[in-house]
Write a new protein. Structure first.
Length: 361
């Protein structure tokens, strides 16, 4: 076990950088309890000093070793966030929320209303909706909607519920729940609420790093049920921003502190740090949690506590940068085109991918 003083940055990358094939294993290394069946009391240990994000940003020891399997303007090692990716259309993502509870159906309960609030939060944050907590950010032109038709063509609420303690505990190595529950991942964003293995949330891989896994049943977003929706049950993470953060990973964004400070100026800032130039340089060694306003990094640069890809408390996060929104849209176009229903600014809707050149212009 790594010492409990390890930084959150180390914790977030632990699963992949150790070669773990299951993110929950890396997360479990940092839990302060050892029971095979995590209790509600143990889950309440989720706080700003525990593992908060278990998304795997690399599957090799160092980011520089990652090979670009599918080079693009939003590859595993660089970005080219040109104005071509500014919204000329709206990308609407169909979401199915799989609520996982324990076998007694007593822990992990999420109401339909809380699910609806989370979708609203995503639209506020990705749309920089005026008057919302996300108004200070940049509109990505990406929107989210609960699915209304299931894979069989039947009407649906876009919400499923299962009571299974093993699934709730995110024990994917022994019981990969997603093989049973996933709706076609090429058409739906599958979001699961559970204990998330003790993390606040994670996605198992980033699309540019492991493109072969895109569209498989394991292609998903996992959110700890205590950090889901508004108001969620856990203070400091009760504003629904965990899903905003993890879906940022799902659509190709790195933590702002990924690989450390990097180079602050172009063109090298597009291939170091988080591969974007308009996010502040951010070391991977400070403690990344809480509301770190006034803290500095990388030689005195203020920490970007307001950025959704930091690990700040929900109330401190206010938006994505312009180049982050461009990388988000680039990732959809390059890796996840089948997920998006495109609505052009003139109201024309296209469910296919044949008009991507128009959608990106």
């Amino acid at each position: 076990m790594k010492p409990t003083s390890a930084t959150d940055a180390e914790r977030c990358r632990s699963g992949a950088e150790r070669g773990s094939s299951a993110p929950w294993i890396g997360a479990a290394l940092f839990l302060l309890f050892t029971s095979h069946s995590w209790t509600f009391a143990a889950e309440l240990r989720l706080d700003s000093t525990n593992l908060v994000c278990a998304t795997t940003e690399a599957n090799l020891p160092a980011a520089a070793s990652v090979v670009d399997i599918n080079p693009s303007d939003c590859s595993a090692t660089s970005s080219n966030p040109t104005p071509a990716y500014d919204p000329g259309s709206t990308f609407t993502i169909q979401v199915v929320v799989h609520v996982l509870e324990d076998t007694a159906c007593a822990q992990g309960i999420i109401s339909d209303e809380l699910v609806a609030s989370q979708i609203a939060i995503l639209n506020e944050d990705y749309g920089a909706l005026p008057g919302s907590p996300g108004a200070a950010g940049v509109d990505s032109g990406i929107r989210f909607a609960l699915a209304t038709v299931d894979p069989a063509g039947q009407p649906t609420t876009g919400i499923t519920r299962s009571c299974n303690t093993t699934w709730f505990n995110d024990q994917t190595a022994t019981s990969p729940y997603f093989d049973t529950l996933a709706w076609d991942p090429t058409r739906y964003l599958n979001l699961y609420t559970s204990s998330a293995g003790g993390a606040r949330g994670y996605v198992p891989f980033l699309p540019a790093i492991e493109p072969a896994k895109i569209g498989t049943n394991q292609d998903r977003v996992v959110i700890n049920w205590q950090a889901f929706g508004r108001p969620g049950p856990f203070p400091t993470h009760d504003g629904g921003r965990t899903a905003t953060h993890e879906i940022g990973h799902f659509f190709g964004l790195f933590h702002v502190y990924y690989t450390g400070c990097g180079t602050a100026t172009a063109p090298d800032c597009y291939s170091t740090g988080d591969t974007l130039c308009d996010t502040a340089p951010d070391e991977d060694t400070p403690v990344h949690h809480g509301c770190m306003t006034g803290s500095t990094s990388c030689g005195g640069v203020p920490l970007p506590v307001e950025n959704y890809m930091e690990l700040s408390d929900d109330s401190c996060m206010t938006g994505f940068t312009l180049e982050q929104t461009r990388r988000l849209r680039c990732t959809i176009a390059s890796y996840r085109a089948s997920l998006a229903v495109i609505v052009f600014n003139d109201g024309f809707e296209n469910g296919g991918t044949g008009l991507w050149s128009l959608a990106l212009s």
